[in-house]
Design a protein around this ligand. Sequence first.
Ligand code: ADP
Ligand code: ADP
Ligand code: ZN
Length: 214
Amino acid sequence: MKIVMLGAPGAGKGTQAKQIADTYGIPHISTGDIFRANIKNGTELGRKAKEYMDKGLLVPDELTCDLVVDRISQPDAEKGYVLDGFPRTIPQAEALTNALEARHEKIDYAIDIEVPDENIIRRMSGRRACLTCGATFHTEFAPPKVEGVCDVCGDKLVLREDDKPETVANRLSVYHEQTQPLIDYYTGKGVLVEVDGTLDIDVVFEKIREILGA
Ligand code: ADP
Ligand code: ADP
Ligand code: ZN
């Protein structure tokens, strides 16, 4: 099963993608996590990506597309995957479609998690991220067992630099301009499904399970 997650920053893509990956036994591929891991490890890609990420801008397609095409070609992605945070532009979506078509494959579902802009700032300011394993928590809606500590790997949790309100506003306008058009793109391909992302985390996942079946 090949799935793309769509939705504004903070809509809950990562939260749901992890549950889908666990339930269906497919890898969760997050471009944001890949870039953050590169920043943490001080790679050249990380250094370039950080310049854009800190401003709330998208990392250029040239640095993003090949990385994803390469990742989905790995053996663990043979049965499917859930892409979180990619594609984010029409050229990225086209690069993905072309790479898949070359192997007679396609995306099965593009799941759009709908959350109005008004809710997003509160989601982001309460998000706490583990930069080691990629887990995310929320001070109010999904608190970790011990404050400031990752439930999954025990490392410390941080408020991401780009989750501060100044940057979130930029990311939202980038989302509306560059990423929202993908809703029409995947509607045109007949694979778009929409879920209400304002519901509780578990309820959103129930809806997704109903859509995916099994
Ligand atoms: P969120 O989970 O809030 O939607 P992500 O972790 O997916 O955020 O992305 C964080 C930042 O990483 C983005 O604001 C952008 O700068 C960069 N990024 C992630 N994925 C992509 C992508 N597919 N194309 C361009 N930039 C990306
Ligand atoms: P995205 O990957 O789309 O940027 P996340 O999955 O990281 O979003 O979720 C953003 C923040 O909102 C996190 O702190 C997460 O714990 C929280 N969150 C996710 N889904 C919900 C929900 N349905 N209700 C309330 N909070 C949520
Ligand atoms: Zn962790």
